[in-house]
Design a protein around this ligand. Structure first.
Ligand code: GAF
Length: 440
């Protein structure tokens, strides 16, 4: 079975396309174009909301916004994409800035409208500093593929409204500094949680606004401090193959929120702010397993106040995933703490990716048949390691593969999908790209 490779239009093509879409929708020229990237997470899945460190990097695939601020407070937006699985809107959708509130906006417009609302709620702008806007959207980040198309839309919107507020007040845009970008990321998280209704952590917005070109970014989600990490797969003759299962994932259908609530609740019953705080020092896998055992003893001794209906095996498995994943990231950080990598470094990274997937599949239960098949077929065809990336329940998996094996692995995954009767998967090679920026 011949694998299908995703085609990513060049940035200049997308900038022209979104500019043209703006002209068609609104009948005049946009004043600026902004864009923000999607992401792949190398390791550290479903632990951002538990205060763990995550290891994402930005993709070259980006969401583009052509914009013009308005004289009034009306927001009008048109998109070439629409919601995952739905068709694009041909005529603009609109809402007054003053009407934006939790529950008031549905679908893709919530990811746009939520941002100026959240920027005002966070005190980053006063309500009067924000004008309405006309916006056209186009994107090369595949929707519903677990590559963070929602955050790319929020973060490009944040750059636009940040620039409007800066122009109106004469101050520097927040996007000019990493501290300002962190504040914008926090507003985007709030937009996603409160207006779009997806109770996600902060990984996706942080990487989209704060990525370092060429590096993985280690984000400590206790305080969103970051440090770039060199994971130079290319120099080692390796590649990171992204396998989009084309089984659409959706983070606002309740499954994601359930997992997060279980972690928040468990931390709470232990008197902790996040599960990361259960570790006494730098997390290790040995300590992660000891802590799970200690928790079980405490539960058995009645020292943890759990409601009677708590499903203990599920709660234990979720705790085990969170703690071991937090520790796996620390192992990965140690592996890449020196500039020199050996074959063994990459083999160990492969093992960490495999262990992460197995934990997400068996303990945390956020994988699905399509993701497991991609991971298994890639491993069997010679990948050093493979795992789902992002929220799961569909979306994409990644495989660490030697460059000469890429066609073989992609072919093996495509053939396995054909035999299973799944949608044809689509492939791309990922490399760390730049953060959100103004393009025109
Ligand atoms: C999604 C969420 F948006 C992130 O916050 C993160 O929890 C991820 O799933 C899982 O690691 O992308």
């Amino acid at each position: 079975m011949t694998p299908v490779w995703k085609k990513t239009p060049k940035p200049t093509e997308l900038i022209d396309r979104v500019t043209q879409a703006f002209r068609l929708a609104f009948g005049y020229e946009p004043t600026a174009v902004y864009s923000a990237p999607g992401r792949v997470n190398l390791l550290g899945e479903h632990i951002d909301y538990s205060g763990g460190t995550v290891l994402p990097f930005a993709l070259p695939q980006r969401t583009y916004l052509a914009v013009t601020p308005r004289q009034d407070r009306l927001l009008r937006a048109v998109t070439a994409q629409g919601d995952a699985g739905a068709s694009a809107s041909s005529s603009p959708r609109e809402i007054e800035l003053g009407a934006i509130a939790p529950g008031a906006v549905e679908g893709w417009l919530a990811y746009v409208a939520g941002v100026p609302w959240a920027m005002a709620q966070e005190g980053l702008v006063s309500r009067d500093e924000l004008p309405g806007a006309d916006i056209a959207i186009d994107s090369s980040v595949p929707l519903g593929a677990g590559l963070s198309s929602s955050a790319a839309l929020e973060c490009s919107t944040a750059l636009a409204f940040d620039a409007f507020a800066a122009a109106n007040t004469g101050r520097e845009p927040l996007s000019a500094s990493d501290t300002g970008r962190t504040q914008l990321a926090i507003a985007c998280i709030r937009a996603e949680n409160e207006i779009a209704g997806a109770n996600t952590g902060g990984m996706d917005q942080s990487i989209s606004l704060r990525a370092h070109q060429g590096s993985v970014l280690a984000i400590d989600c206790r305080d969103f401090s970051t440090r770039p990490l060199t994971v130079d797969v290319d120099r080692a003759g390796l590649a990171l193959l992204v396998m989009d299962t084309r089984a659409h994932h959706n983070l606002s259908d309740g499954q994601y929120a359930k997992r997060r609530a279980a972690c928040d609740f468990t931390a709470d019953t232990l008197g902790l702010t996040t599960l990361r705080d259960y570790f006494e020092s730098t997390p290790t896998l040995a300590e992660a397993h000891q802590l799970v055992a200690r928790w079980e003893e405490q539960v058995t001794a009645g020292m943890v106040d759990l409601p009677p209906q708590t499903d203990l095996p599920t709660a234990r498995a979720a705790l085990r995933h969170a703690l071991t994943e937090i520790a796996r990231v620390e192992e990965c950080l140690a592996l890449f703490s020196t500039a020199e990598t050996t074959e063994q470094t990459w083999a160990q990274l492969g093992d960490l990716l495999n262990a992460s997937h197995d934990s997400l599949r068996d303990d945390y239960r956020v994988s699905c048949d399509e993701l497991d098949l991609a991971v298994n077929a890639a491993r069997a065809a010679g990948a050093l390691g493979a795992r789902m990336t992002g929220g799961g329940f569909g979306g994409s998996a990644i495989a660490l593969v030697s460059q000469e094996l890429v066609p073989t692995v992609a072919e093996a995954v495509a053939s396995a999908y054909e035999r299973a009767g799944f949608n044809h998967p689509e492939f791309l090679l990922a490399s760390p790209a730049a953060s959100a920026a103004q393009d025109r």
